[in-house]
Every structure is written in C-alpha cells, then in structure tokens.
Design a protein around this ligand. Structure first.
Ligand code: ATP
Ligand code: MG
Length: 349
C-alpha cells in the first residue's frame, strides 16, 4: 500500500520573496498549519531564475529558522523563461508507456535539447481524430536541468531535503482551482509576482492552457523609480499608495501606464488561448500573487477583458485554524501564499 503523507511543505522561491507553507490532512480536511516569508535581496533571483544560490540559501535558512516547519522534506516550484509548457497531441497510450517513451517523441515540440531537459506531462483530454485514431491532448513541461538543479542546490544548502519539483502554475491551480464554486466554462488563474506572471486556464481542475510571462510588479516599481527619480524603496511605497486609473499625479500616471501593459499581455495570452483551442467560454479571472494587491488593477483588467476579475484568497478553501491571524489578515497575505500552498498540497497527492 502506498503511504500518503499526512503533511507536506512547499517552498516558493520567488523573484522578490521566498514563501513557505505547510499543510496537513486530517479528518476535518486539509488545513494550512504554518506559513511564512522572507524578502530576498535584489537580483539574487531574477525573473524566477536563481542567480546567486548561496545568497538565496542564506535567506531560506533564515526563514526555515523562524517559520518552525515540521520537517525538512520540501516541495519546490519553478516558473521562468527556462521552462516551457506546450500543448502536444500524440496517439493515445497508457500513462506508463507515455512517460517511458516521452523523451523520444517530443524533441520537435520543445526548444530545449531533450538530453538537457527534465520532462513532465499532464493529460488534458482524450479524443478521436478525423481519421478515427485515438489521440490524447497533453500539456508537456520541459525545464532546463541546470536551472532546476539550482533550485535543488539552494534547498540543500539551506539544510532542507527537496523531494520534488513542480511547475508553479500547477501549484496555483491546485491551491485556487477549487476555491470558487465551479462555474460553467473555463476559469482563468493569474498569479502576478514580482518578476513572473503565471496564467492557467482550467476546466474543473484540469489545466487546458498554461503560460509563463516574464513580467511582474517589480517592473512597475522600476518605472516609478526612474520616472520619479527616487530610490526603489520609495518607489515601492509610491506603488502601494497609487491607484490604477487615477492619473492626477505622476505616480498614478506611471502606475496606470504599467498596469495597462500588464493587462494587455494578459489579454493577448487569453486571445491566443481562444485562438489555439477554439474555446470561448471563459467564466472569470482569479488574480493572485503580490502583484494582485495593486489598487485598481482588478477593475482595469475587468474592463479590458470583459470578464469578472477578483483577487483570489486560498484560505477559505484551505483554512488555517491554528494561526494567530484574523480572517482579514489572512485575506491580505493569502494572495502571496498561493504558490507555496499549492506546492505543499502537491506533496499530499
Ligand atoms: N500592497 C501592494 N500593492 C502593490 N504591489 C504589491 C503590494 N504588495 C506586494 N506587492 C508587489 O508584489 C510583488 C511581489 O509579489 P510576489 O511575492 O507574489 O512575488 P514573487 O513570488 O517573489 O516573485 P515571482 O513569482 O515573480 O518570481 C512585488 O513587486 C511587490 O511590490
Ligand atoms: Mg511568485
């Protein structure tokens, strides 16, 4: 019998912050038992890629010390330019056979030499082709091995034991896919971080589209720092008090311009999704990540894509009954913890 673990820890090494979350499954369901975060120095992780493993490990070690995690075995997440997700259609086969033969079937679909790649695959659907052949539609994930190794190295350096690596968009799906009543059509999850934005479209928990954009909220901070000739720390404060669409002052104008560029990227990804899949029924967007907290962003996105947009909070679905935080506080930090919680949830599967 396979022993399913009753608790698991996710570690999300982001471009700005490392966040950890621990989840536990019990009779009353799955709960978040612990979480925490630490801010990283600038440029040790850029656009989701680890540039300075010892510096990141030092921050992670500090976080592990303060977060009082219940173990050392952790799940890690990745999302950056060195991992790709592609839709691939192959003849239907058993999953075991598919995994064994994947390496030999997919080089033409990925821009990474297959011998330098770690591969993963998710079955989206089975269908019969026009010629009667049984086919399956897959989401193929291919990541550069050395990029993944850097994540593993950081965890090891911090005294942890990494036991698995997952794609951050799948973690976001796991954490958020069940949070709203399953509406008709496909729901869009957008996790906007500091340097990376993950987009997932899913139908009742099955991912149908994944896109990793190297675009994030730190670009807004940088634009404010340049445009207002201030230090990044001041720019960060200005960003948090500005409102998208309120353009009476310089900060508001810069933030609005940057938010519009972000909104345009999300919209063109969704246009691409609709063109690629021929699908139109999108039900709405849940926006998470620290970037979701920018005032006025949800309204701006809603106006542009003409779909309901809400800031997503994982805690109603995955409660944290033993923390000292109020529901209001949890709703405030929830959007930033989505990836770590989703990585931890993967460890329970
Ligand atoms: N209240 C707020 N208003 C506006 N922006 C905010 C707010 N709080 C956080 N942010 C922004 O959110 C970003 C950090 O988000 P998050 O923690 O999700 O990123 P990350 O996971 O470290 O990076 P990534 O996922 O891009 O690799 C920063 O750019 C920060 O300025
Ligand atoms: Mg992130």
């Amino acid at each position: 019998m396979i022993q399913v673990p009753s608790s698991a820890i996710g570690v999300d090494i982001g471009s700005r912050t490392i966040t950890v979350a621990e989840v536990k499954s019990g009779r009353g369901g799955t709960t978040v038992t612990n979480f925490g975060g630490v801010e990283l120095p600038r440029d040790v992780v850029r656009e989701g890629e680890i540039l300075d493993p010892p510096a990141v490990a030092e921050a992670l070690r500090e976080l592990v010390g303060t977060a009082k995690l219940g173990g050392k075995r952790v799940w890690l997440g990745i999302a950056n330019q060195r991992v790709v997700v592609r839709q691939v259609d192959l003849p239907a086969m058993e999953e075991k056979e598919l995994r064994a033969s994947l390496r030999y079937q997919i080089q033409e679909y990925i821009p990474i030499p297959v011998e330098e790649a770690e591969l993963d695959v998710h079955v989206v659907s089975d269908y019969t082709a026009d010629d009667g052949a049984q086919m399956q539609r897959l989401l193929l994930v291919a990541g550069h091995r050395d990029m993944i190794s850097a994540h593993v190295e950081v965890a090891n350096l911090a005294g942890l034991k990494p036991i698995g690596v997952d794609l951050n968009p799948f973690a976001v799906l796991r954490a958020m896919g069940e949070t709203s009543p399953l509406e008709q059509g496909n729901q869009v999850l957008v996790d906007a971080g500091a340097g990376v934005t993950n987009i997932v479209v899913h139908e009742q928990g099955i991912p149908t589209f994944v896109r990793i954009l190297v675009m994030g909220s730190d670009q807004i901070t940088d634009a404010l720092a340049t445009g207002m000739s201030v230090a990044r720390e001041q720019a960060e404060v200005a960003k948090r008090t500005a409102v998208v669409g309120r353009t009476a002052d310089v900060a508001g104008r810069i933030v609005t311009e940057q938010a519009d560029a972000f909104v345009d990227e999300v919209r063109s990804s969704l246009d691409y999704y609709q063109a690629q899949t021929g699908s139109s029924g999108l039900s709405g967007v849940l926006l998470t990540g620290g970037g979701a907290l920018l005032a006025g962003l949800t309204d701006r996105l809603e106006t542009s894509i003409r779909l309901p947009v809400q800031v997503g909070n994982p805690f109603p679905r995955w409660p944290a009954p033993d923390t000292v935080y109020s529901d209001k506080d949890l709703a405030g930090v929830g959007p930033s913890l989505v990836t770590a919680i989703g990585l931890a949830l993967g460890g329970l599967e």
